[in-house]
Design a protein around this ligand. Structure first.
Ligand code: IVH
Length: 712
């Protein structure tokens, strides 16, 4: 973080903004979707960077700063519960020094003398999800997940099925008490659950439908946060207490004392919780727990230290999201060494080519690892790895293992080169200017991309063919019944009836559903092709501009020809040429939504012969309907309008769309063909031209009146 001192305020503010968005994104993935994309270590690095920046630029701390939030706001169908006391998160320490710093901070804050001992508790940090259990009159009345720390989700019926959560407390317990702890799944139970889910799916005849959890934490979260508590009942969940929330009375004056009391009420004891006289003893306990880590029945990712005296906890209070009296000492990611045997290329759904390291199997933290991600060509270059190299590998949390270092290269080896063709279909692999990823340009003919494209083709906003789900697509694809979108329209009832689990009714329904979609409107059809960057809005825009498939294809053909004819000027750098080329293509396509990126993607798609064949094949099956966008008769129908100057109540795009709805053409420049100029403040040369050509000019309010009149 040495660079922080050299950052300007603007740079720091921009980075804080980026970090806030990025951390919020990962919070959502982790907390709401139980599907993290990055390792805990990488996540922690983002959080630390954010904190370091905030420490250096305290006046730039954002209202939506991640340091002020815990987790993410819960979504989904469970009812929301406001916590009586917020459920806090923990700050992290990654080294012994950061732990002694923590104790020093506590001392300074409390103004303790040198001799005064700071007794701590040390216990495993369990990798589960936290849950608050509210007991009133010693009866469990409510259970809630943490959520964003203020508002969680109601899981009261679900926790009835969690072992170690009693429904009632003994008479010795206070009248009101909230127990807080971690719901988790033991490693062995997690493995058995995945195996069972797979076996059940196999029995039901569709293995590909089996839900499989990536790790015990996700399994625990997915099992607890169920609308139907009967599902939770079939999942082996457990609970370990680590604290408390609201209470009417506390049974002791220390963390240790209260935890002992809670355990005496029938909760599972945290067996590795220990009272430590000072930081040195706490660090000993950390190392003891780290040694036990792989033998523990559940996943842990560090050790939590807490100040034992509750009066001190009270005085220390909290900063933003975390208490000053506790800290989590995280374990370093687990590492191992092995040999990189070869590098394979995996083809993603949109054609992204990802290099994957195939390794000599090695055990990292109790898990056998055979693959690691290499991300992209730049990463391979950065690591300097080649097949045959010894490498160091790291597994952090739940994500795909990463290669962190190239150890030795014992013999000279040729550098690895990224393949120039897609391994699945042989189409060219291309890397666009300024992008890190190579992509397969095979589009519709690449098998890895085809299934996903077929799925997109029939999806709701595309052709919307009911009854053709992903399972059927995959199985039809596997049996070569369905390879391109055109094949969908060649499916017959007889073919379906020959297959398992297809009966007269389901087969008739599917064939009818397909037949109903033989005349797709142009906009849906263009969207359904699944061209990169061509979303619904762009597809609609193209359909509005070209009206029919024939007109659209005529424009594309001419654009392809013109692109082939473009050559760099003498001495023109590649980058400049690419920009100029894209600009010219945008002018040819001539619609509002299509910018340089989309223009290139569109033309690339149709210039690839395989794609062209697939589209032609499809056009033999369907009759694409010209799109007539409803226009309203108005004063400007059939006229050409130019907007210039600053518009105050709408964007330029919106104004142009309004013009089109009124049957007018919105042009970019004033000429003899212009019928009307709408001028806002700051209009310059176009206004002069209009005056010279004697073209009527109105202001924005005048335009609004025309729109209102047409809509009346
Ligand atoms: S104490 C006020 N102790 O880790 C402090 N938390 O990263 C609240 N966790 O939200 C937590 N094991 O869900 C504490 N032994 C432990 C823990 C633990 C796991 C979780 C807890 C917390 C999160 C913070």
């Amino acid at each position: 973080m040495d660079d922080i001192a050299t950052l300007s305020e603007t740079e720091a503010a921009a980075e804080l903004e980026r970090l806030a968005a990025e951390i919020a994104h990962h919070n959502r993935l982790y907390h709401d979707q139980d599907a993290p994309e990055i390792s805990d270590a990488d996540y922690d690095a983002l959080v630390r960077r954010n904190l370091a920046l905030e420490a250096a630029f305290p006046h730039l701390i954002r209202a939506d700063s991640p340091s002020r939030q815990v987790g993410s706001i819960p979504s989904g169908p469970l009812a929301k519960v406001r916590h009586a006391r917020p459920m806090l998160s923990l700050d992290n320490a990654f080294s012994d020094e950061e732990v002694t710093d923590f104790v020093d901070r506590v001392r300074r804050f409390l103004r303790l003398g040198e001799e005064e001992p700071v007794v701590l508790t040390a216990e495993p940090k369990i990798d589960g999800l936290s849950c608050s259990l509210r007991y009133e009159g010693r009866k469990l009345v409510q259970a809630a997940t943490r959520g964003d720390g203020q508002v969680g989700e109601d899981v009261t019926p679900n926790v009835a099925f969690v072992s170690d959560i009693p429904q009632t407390l003994p008479d010795s317990a206070p009248d009101l008490f909230e127990i807080r702890g971690e719901v988790y799944m033991a490693k062995a139970d997690f493995a058995a659950l995945n195996a069972r889910l797979l076996a059940e799916a196999r029995e039901a005849g569709d293995e590909s439908k089996a839900r499989q959890f990536a790790n015990p934490r996700n399994a625990a979260a997915g099992s607890l946060r169920q609308k139907d508590a009967n599902v939770t009942a079939t999942r082996p969940l457990r609970f370990i207490v680590h604290g408390w929330g609201e209470y009417s009375e506390l049974p002791a004056e220390t963390q240790t004392g209260v935890m002992d009391a809670i355990e005496s009420w029938g909760f599972a004891p945290s067996t590795h919780r220990r009272k430590c006289a000072d930081a040195a003893e706490a660090l000993d306990q950390y190392r003891a727990i780290e040694r036990l880590r792989s033998d523990l029945p559940f996943d842990i990712d560090g050790v939590v230290y807490k100040v034992d005296r509750l009066d001190w906890q009270e005085r220390l209070g909290q900063v933003a999201r975390a208490p000053r009296w506790a800290i989590a000492h995280k374990f370093p990611p687990q590492q191992a060494e092995t040999t990189l045997e070869r590098i394979d290329i995996q083809v993603g759904r949109t054609g992204k080519l990802t290099p994957v390291a195939r390794l000599t199997p090695v055990t990292v933290g109790g898990v056998v690892v055979t693959n690691a991600t290499l991300h992209n060509a730049d990463e391979i270059e950065r690591l300097g790895v080649r097949p045959g190299d010894r490498i160091r590998l790291q597994r952090a949390g739940d994500v795909i293992p990463q290669i962190v270092a190239n150890l030795t290269r014992d013999e000279p080896r040729a550098p690895w080169v990224f393949p120039q063709v897609c391994p699945e279909c042989g189409s060219a692999a291309e890397r666009e200017l300024g992008e890190v990823d190579y992509r397969c340009t095979g589009g519709l003919i690449c098998p890895a991309q085809r299934v996903e494209r077929l799925r997109h083709f029939v999806s709701r906003h595309a052709l919307d063919i009911e009854g053709l789900g992903i399972t059927s697509i995959e199985s039809f694809f596997h049996d070569k019944l369905l390879e391109t979108p055109a094949d969908i329209f060649r499916l017959s009832k007889d073919q379906l009836l020959k297959r398992e689990r297809w009966a007269e009714l389901s087969a008739t329904n599917l064939i009818n559903a397909i037949d109903a979609k033989r005349t797709p409107p142009l906009d849906r059809f263009l969207f359904a092709l699944g061209i990169r960057h061509v979303g619904e809005v762009t597809a609609r825009d193209l359909a509005r501009r070209y009206g029919s498939m024939d007109a659209f294809l005529a424009m594309i053909n001419s654009a392809i020809e013109q692109r082939e004819a473009m050559v760099p000027a003498v001495g023109e750098p590649d980058g400049k040429f690419a920009t100029r080329q894209a600009k010219e293509l945008v002018a040819i396509i001539d619609t509002q939504q299509v910018g340089p990126e989309v223009a290139q993607a569109l033309i690339d798609f149709f210039a690839e012969p395989h794609n062209r064949d697939a589209v032609d094949d499809l056009l033999a099956q369907v009759e694409v309907q010209p799109v007539v966008f409803e226009t309203r008769a108005s004063k400007v129908s059939g006229k050409t309008v130019v907007f210039t100057g600053k518009l105050e109540t709408m964007s330029r795009d919106e104004a142009k769309a309004q013009a089109e709805r009124l049957g007018a053409k919105a042009a970019g420049s004033v000429s003899a063909k212009t019928d009307l100029v709408v001028a806002g403040p700051g209009a310059g040369s176009k206004l002069k031209q209009a005056a010279a050509l004697d073209i009527p000019v109105i202001d924005e309010a005048g335009w609004a009146a025309i729109v209102a009149e047409a809509n009346a």
